[in-house]
Each structure stands twice: as structure tokens, then as C-alpha cells.
Design a protein around this ligand. Structure first.
Ligand code: NAP
Length: 241
């Protein structure tokens, strides 16, 4: 097993998660979690010094439990958990279906369960750790037509705040990083008209890069020793928090 501290990044095969894996690989052994993007995850692994792959559909608790066991075998410890995996279910209040609510909720449920197990099996025993949840600016501002997504992202920030209070005495720091509009597959699929409208609201006049989110994640993972229960906004001046 590696001597380095271990960071697990969910949804590490692409987008913001892949950028976090690359950035964290400077100081950590990196557990790159993916669900469907196997080839992309393998290519992230090929580009870093020390890491391993983990596969699980977070909406399936049995798969999450199997993943935790694999982490135990592969790494034996977890110092940093980055809960990045997410989907964006878009619907307004009239069109939103129960199934959409459940699909969005299932990823948050898996994130909660993974976090609970990592805390119990590793961080408490090791005497500390860092948990970083990737939420979103729209959990704060709201966004018309994104009811399921915005509800779950707000819930994730509430999870950050409550968990940080529960774990502060155990040297486990918990924070959220809330990106604004970042250039990834998730945003590239939005209609051009909506992309243009969003661009108008960003003070810096451009979308962000996944690496610009990863910079903040690295800071919270490796430094940031007096930050817990916070939501750090990374949005080019779209919203100040
Ligand atoms: N891009 C933005 O502007 C933006 C803004 C604010 C917040 N965010 C948040 O940042 C995070 C990363 O987003 P991104 O833009 O990088 O999106 P992305 O490229 O679409 O990546 C989403 C990731 O989530 C994983 N994932 C989705 N459902 C999963 C499930 N059921 N089980 C396991 N993994 C699952 C995917 O894994 P596979 O591909 O392997 O299936 C993928 O790696 C998300 O939480 C997103 O809400 C993004």
C-alpha cells in the first residue's frame, strides 16, 4: 500500500471530478470513482502518479457498500472524500414527475451513505479527515426549471453544515464547494439560448474551468485547517453568498 494520504473522488472520470483527481494527485493517492465513464476514468488514472479505480452506481446502496469494502482492501485509509458525483434533473413544478424527484434524490442518498461509511470505517479511526461536497450556486439562488436539482443541492449544503457540527470534535472538517457555471458535459448539453443568458449574469464574463473548482478543493483538502461548515462559492462573480 502507498505511504501517501488517500483521497477518494466520486465521479472522477470526467468534468470537475477528473480535474479534482489530477490536482489532488500531487499529494495524495487518488481513488477515482466512476459509474459509466470507465474509459475516461482509466485515462485519468493513466495520467496520475498513484491511484486506483472504483466503480459504483451511487443510487444503489449495495454497490456503495461494495465500493467501501474495496477501498478498505486497496488503500486501507481515507483522508479526504470529495463528493462530486451528481446529475442534473431539470423540471419545473408542473412538469416534474415523482420519478424525477426520486432519481435526483437517489444520488444524494448514495452520497450520504458513502460519507457515513467512510467516516465510520476510516476517518474516526484515523483521528481526522476532510469531506468536501460539490454543491452548486443554484442551491442558493434557485433556478427556474431546475426544481429537483436545486432542491438536492440545497440539501447537500445543509448536510455539510450539520455534519461539520457533529464532527468538529473529531478533527473532521466538512465543507461545500459551490460552483457556478463550469464548462463540462453537464452544462454543454444546455440549449445555447440558456447558456447565453447565464453568461450575461457572470461578472467575469466567462464560464469557469473545472481546474478552477479543483484549485479550491485542493486548498480545502490540504490546507484550510480553520474552515469547516462553510460553502465556498466559485462562480466568477455570479453570486457572492
Ligand atoms: N458544470 C457545472 O457548471 C456545475 C455547476 C455547479 C455544480 N456542479 C456539480 O459538480 C459536480 C460535477 O459536475 P460536472 O459538471 O463535472 O458533471 P459531469 O461531467 O456530468 O459529471 C457528473 C459525474 O457524476 C457521476 N455520476 C452521476 N450519477 C451517478 C451515479 N448514480 N452514481 C455514480 N456516479 C454518478 C458521473 O459518473 P459517470 O460518468 O461515470 O457515470 C460523472 O462522473 C456535480 O455534482 C454537479 O452538480 C457542476
Amino acid at each position: 500500500m502507498s505511504e501517501k494520504p488517500v483521497a477518494i473522488i466520486t465521479g472522477g472520470g470526467k468534468g470537475i471530478g477528473a480535474a479534482c483527481c489530477r490536482a489532488l494527485s500531487e499529494g495524495f493517492q487518488v481513488g477515482i470513482h466512476y459509474r459509466n465513464s470507465e474509459e475516461q476514468a482509466k485515462s485519468v488514472l493513466a495520467g496520475i502518479e498513484d491511484g486506483f479505480l472504483l466503480r459504483a452506481d451511487l443510487s444503489d446502496i449495495g454497490q456503495v457498500e461494495a465500493m467501501v469494502n474495496e477501498v478498505k482492501e486497496r488503500a486501507g485509509r481515507v483522508d479526504v472524500l470529495v463528493n462530486n458525483a451528481g446529475i442534473s434533473v431539470n423540471a419545473d413544478i408542473h412538469s416534474m414527475k415523482i420519478e424525477q424527484y426520486d432519481a435526483q434524490r437517489a444520488v444524494t442518498r448514495g452520497t450520504w451513505y458513502l460519507t457515513k461509511r467512510i467516516i465510520r470505517l476510516f476517518m474516526l479511526r484515523q483521528g481526522g479527515g476532510r469531506i468536501i461536497n460539490i454543491s452548486s450556486v443554484v442551491g442558493h439562488t434557485g433556478n427556474s426549471g431546475q426544481i429537483p436539482y436545486t432542491m438536492e443541492k440545497a440539501a447537500l449544503d445543509a448536510f455539510t453544515k450539520s455534519l461539520s457540527k457533529e464532527l468538529a470534535g473529531r478533527n473532521i472538517l466538512v465543507n461545500s464547494v459551490a460552483p457556478g457555471f463550469i464548462e463540462t458535459e453537464m452544462t454543454q448539453t444546455l440549449p445555447e439560448e440558456i447558456q447565453r443568458r447565464i453568461l450575461d449574469t457572470i461578472a467575469l464574463g466567462r464560464v469557469g474551468r473545472p481546474e478552477e473548482v479543483a484549485d479550491v478543493v485542493v486548498f480545502l483538502a490540504a490546507r484550510g485547517s480553520y474552515i469547516s461548515g462553510s460553502v465556498i462559492h466559485v462562480n466568477g462573480g455570479l453570486y457572492g453568498g
